[in-house]
Write a protein that binds this ligand. Structure first.
Ligand code: FAD
Length: 289
């Protein structure tokens, strides 16, 4: 096949038939907000499959059991879904802070994952929630993959994002730092999922973006909060752990000094948001001193 052909299947069955029939290069486009910027990611040839018209691929299911989000679901739909916000506030918050209105209306969760930007805003939340991806391979067969094992190099289609009930924790938050909130890529973003009861943390999972080639878990910061009482001493240990995470992730990088300071402010905002508290409360101010 010479040049680039574009097709827009209407059903999953049609999509799978395309997989079986196509021998040459095959690529996907959903919202196009990454791919169409100056055509920088547009493939030169092969088949480009438009995912935006496939029935059922832009849907959110939060009733009972696992949360399932179709790969072509827009970031705006994720930000607006009340059922999702009730079960994973951090994901709704990350979506609400992703780009501007126009971008959110086109951008999709599958594109955010597959574009694999170090600072992709939805991904730290998905990593902290231990999300699984339902993918479709070149042979048309479906299989599940942990988000940490996904790489766009495989060329798999992300059909659904699955958030298992076991991976969700009742309190969650997402915060980001960017030069301009609406139209900029995050300089740093962090997501936290936690159990918190009677002033005491239970399990804690934290992931951050823009600290390496892809978002990563922050085990030192998790240990600093998990099983501890909420008090200034715990928060101070948490802030020390966050700066240690920056030092380990980007040693010697020009942004290291800036990020090790920035992450402490973000860390306090993160905990305050997750617990429904104000970062201006004495407890948080004491920890920041
Ligand atoms: C002005 C502007 C501001 C932005 N601000 C932010 C921001 O604040 N935070 C942020 O995280 N991002 C931001 N972005 C980046 C972008 O909007 C997101 O990464 C978006 O989620 C990409 O989704 P999409 O559907 O537009 O992807 P597309 O551009 O359609 O595709 C991107 C890549 O993903 C692949 N792909 C798409 N869907 C799938 C799928 N289901 N399975 C497999 N591969 C797939 C495509 O083949 C392509 O390689 C911004 C972009 C712009 C232009």
């Amino acid at each position: 096949m010479d040049g680039l052909s574009v097709t827009a299947p209407a059903h999953m069955a049609e999509l799978r038939a395309l997989f079986a029939a196509t021998e040459g290069p095959m690529n996907f486009i959903a919202g196009g907000t990454d791919m169409l910027i100056a055509g920088r990611l547009l493939p030169a040839g092969g088949l480009l499959i438009d995912l935006s018209r496939i029935a059922g691929m832009a849907s959110i299911s939060t009733d009972g059991g696992d949360i399932r989000i179709g790969g072509a679901t827009t970031v705006a739909s994720i930000a607006a879904d009340r059922g999702l916000a009730a079960r994973l506030h951090a994901l709704a918050e990350a979506a609400a802070q992703c780009g501007c209105v126009q971008v959110r209306n086109r951008a999709t969760i599958g594109g955010n994952i597959a574009n694999a930007a170090p600072a992709a805003d939805l991904v730290p939340v998905l990593v902290a929630a231990e999300a699984r991806l339902e993918c479709i391979g070149r042979d048309g067969a479906s299989f599940e993959l942990a988000i940490c094992d996904y790489t766009p190099d495989h060329g798999y289609l992300i059909a659904q994002v699955i958030l298992s009930t076991n991976g969700l924790l009742p309190n969650s938050a997402f915060v980001k730092l960017g030069p301009r909130q609406d139209l900029s890529i995050s300089r740093l973003n962090i997501a936290l999922l936690a159990e918190f009861r009677d002033g005491h943390f239970g399990a804690v999972r934290i992931a951050a973006g823009a600290l390496g080639p892809h978002p990563l878990r922050l085990p030192l910061a998790e240990v600093a909060l998990a099983g501890k009482d909420l008090c200034s001493a715990t928060l101070r240990d948490f802030l020390s752990a966050l700066t240690a995470e920056v030092d380990a992730a980007i040693p010697g990088r020009s942004s290291q000094a800036y990020k090790r300071r920035a992450i402490t402010g973000l860390g306090l905002d993160l905990v305050a948001q997750a617990l429904g508290r104000s970062p201006r409360e004495r407890l948080f101010e004491d920890a920041a001193r």
